[in-house]
Design a protein around this ligand. Sequence first.
Ligand SMILES: Cc1ncc(COP(=O)(O)O)c(C=O)c1O
Length: 389
Amino acid sequence: MSDSSDQGYAFRTRAIHVGNEIDPSTGAVVPPIHLASTFRQPGAGEWGQFDYSRSGNPTRSNLQSTLASLESGVGALAFSSGMAAIHCVTMLLENGDHVVAGCDLYGGAYRLLHKICNRSGIDVTLVDMTDVDAVADAINSRTKLIWAETIGNPRLTIPNLPRLATIAKENDAIIGVDNTFGTPALVRPLEHGIDIVMHSATKYLGGHSDCLGGTLAVADQELLDRLYFIQNATGAVLDPLSCFLISRGLKTLDLRIREQSKTALELSKWLEQHPKVRSVLYPGLESHPQHQVAAATLVGGFGAMVTFELDAGIQQTAKVCESTKLFHLAVSLGAVESLIEQPATMSHASYDAADRARFGISDGLIRLSVGLESFEDLQEDLASAIGEN
Ligand SMILES: Cc1ncc(COP(=O)(O)O)c(C=O)c1O
C-alpha cells in the first residue's frame, strides 16, 4: 500500500499495511523509528508537519493511523499508558460534572475516578452496565460521561453497546468504553455508536508484555481535536520505541486473539466441570448471563480472559495462584504467555473492601489471561495447581 488509505482492505491487511508505508528514502518495508525530539522548521513562524515530539512524532503518527483504521475512527491518540489515556478522557470534565461508570471496572480506573477526579469536584456513580434501566436511572442533569468496559473486569460482564450509546445520546453525555479485553479484532465500539474507545495497549495491542501504552480512538473530528489539545497540553504521550513495539504487535493481533480465544473457551468448558470450581465466568459459555449479547457483540471469538471462582477462601485461592508453573502469577494480561492472578488481592486491591464485596469480587475468584501455549499444557498446569491445594 503506497499511502495510508484503507482502500476497503480487511482488518488483518490494514493491521499490516496502514501506517506501515514503505519508507520513501530507503524502500525499507518497516518504517524507521524516529527518536528526534525536535524538527527543523522551514522558517521562523512557519511550521512543518512535525515541530516537537510531544505535539507530534512520525512514529507515533504511524501507530495512530493504524489504530484509527482498525477502530473505524477518524483518528487516534497514543499515550504513555492506559491510565494516561483514561485520565485524558476525564480531563474533558469540569468541576460539578458527574460520571456514571460500570461496577465491573479495572481497579486503576476505579481509583482514578474515586481518588483523583473527586479532587476536582467530579463525582461518580457505579452501576451494573448490563442493566440499561439502572444506567438510565443513575444519570442526572450533571452527568457528562458514561464509562464502561466492553468486557468487564474481573467478572467479564458484557454491556449492550448500542443501547448504552442511545442512552448517552439522549442525555447529552459522552460515552467512552475501555476495549482492552475485547480488542478491535473482536469488537469495534465506534461502529456501535460509542464516542470514545480506549485501550491499555500494554495488553493485547502490544501483545508481548514488553511495553506500556494507552490509546484513544474516536469517530468525531471535533472530539479528537479536544482530546488532542488535552494530550498536548498535559504531555502523557507514547515514546517512539513503544510506538514501534505496539505497531509491530498490531500486525499479529487478529491471529493472536482468535487463537487465544479458542484456548480460553476450551479451558472454560473444562473448568466448568471441575468439582472444586464453584462457577466460571466466560462470555463464550452458555451459562454466562450475557452470552447472547456477547455473541452479538464479539465477532469471531469471546476473548481470552477467563474468571472462575473456587470453593475456597482467600488463602487457599492464593495458594492455587502460586502453584502454577506455566501461568505466571502476575497482574496485566493480553500477552503470549499465560498469567494468573487473584483480583481481591491484586488487580482489584485498590477497590474499597465494601465495594469488592458489593460487586462480587470474592476471595475465591481467580482471573486467567490465556496466552498462546497449547491447551493441553495449560490444562495440565491448572489441574495440578487446583488438585494440590
Ligand atoms: C482493562 C484495563 N484498562 C486499563 C488498564 C490500565 O492500563 P495501563 O496499565 O497500561 O495504564 C488496565 C491495566 O491493567 C486494564 O486491565
